[in-house]
Design a binder for this molecule. Structure first.
Ligand code: PLP
Length: 242
């Protein structure tokens, strides 16, 4: 593991401070307590050494979207930090053939969007450590875009939540979404908050709302987000898709 340069470490610390200040300010504006909001730093495409540096800056939760990359990176991070390693949130599309392995690797999976992946997640969860699960909602109102970026249709959410909650190896945490492209994030997150309320009605313990990224975290906080997934505002822009 090659440690990041002093300059890079300084940049990470500065970016993190700016994001934390944005969160504080948005919470003040929305009349919320910032202790209700968890920052998940999305480290996809960036090396294990930067995850270790971020942990040193107080980051407790990290998000990754590809199984292979997350497995390699977290083997290093966990060897380096042991108990102090950040929690790993899986935020990428769930491929059926990877679900067992992802369940064994991650602490929380944010992207359950079809029933088929639920039994393999339950099989892969570590014995005695229930895997946290969120149901991903597709908020796009444009039918042409449905299914493009993952997520279940709003009318399927209740059934998926029930199916997750029925698995003893899984703990239903709540719902997650990405704001649709080209539509106002505030309106989309408002719909998500309504769905989260419905899920909590049946499953009161499922009180997480995972929403908000670098560009729209203020709108997400205003809608009641409890978990933000922020990448580029902290790590810088990612290399083009491989
Ligand atoms: C990459 C990613 C993020 C972080 O996005 P930024 O705009 O870089 O903050 C959040 N959520 C998901 C699902 C992602 O894939």
């Amino acid at each position: 593991m090659t440690e990041p340069s002093a300059a890079r470490r300084g940049q990470l610390a500065e970016n993190l401070a700016v994001v934390r200040e944005r969160i504080e300010r948005a919470c003040r504006v929305s009349g919320r307590d910032s202790s209700e909001v968890t920052l998940i730093v999305v480290t996809k495409f960036f090396p294990a050494a930067e995850v270790v540096a971020l942990a040193g800056l107080g980051v407790t939760d990290v998000g990754e979207n590809r199984h292979q990359e997350a497995a390699e990176k977290f083997a290093v991070v966990r060897a380096e930090l042991g108990e102090a390693a950040p929690r790993l949130h899986f935020i990428g599309q769930l491929q059926g053939n990877k679900a067992v392995a992802i369940a064994g690797l991650a602490d929380v999976v944010h992207t359950v969007d079809r029933s088929k992946v639920i039994p393999p997640l339950a099989r892969g969860a570590r014995p005695g450590v229930p895997l946290g699960v969120l149901v991903q909602v597709d908020l796009d109102t444009d039918p042409q875009a449905h299914g493009l970026r993952g997520g279940a249709r709003p009318e399927q959410i209740a059934h998926l939540a029930d199916s997750v909650a029925a698995q003893p190896a899984l703990t239903l945490r709540g719902v997650m979404a990405v704001a649709p492209l080209g539509q106002p994030a505030r309106r989309a997150f408002g719909r998500l908050a309504g769905l989260a309320d419905q899920v909590r009605h049946t499953h009161p313990e499922a009180d997480w709302l995972s929403a908000g990224m670098s560009g729209d975290l203020e709108a997400a906080i205003d809608a009641g987000a409890t978990h933000l997934r922020v990448g580029s505002a902290i790590l810088g822009s990612r290399p083009p898709l491989r």
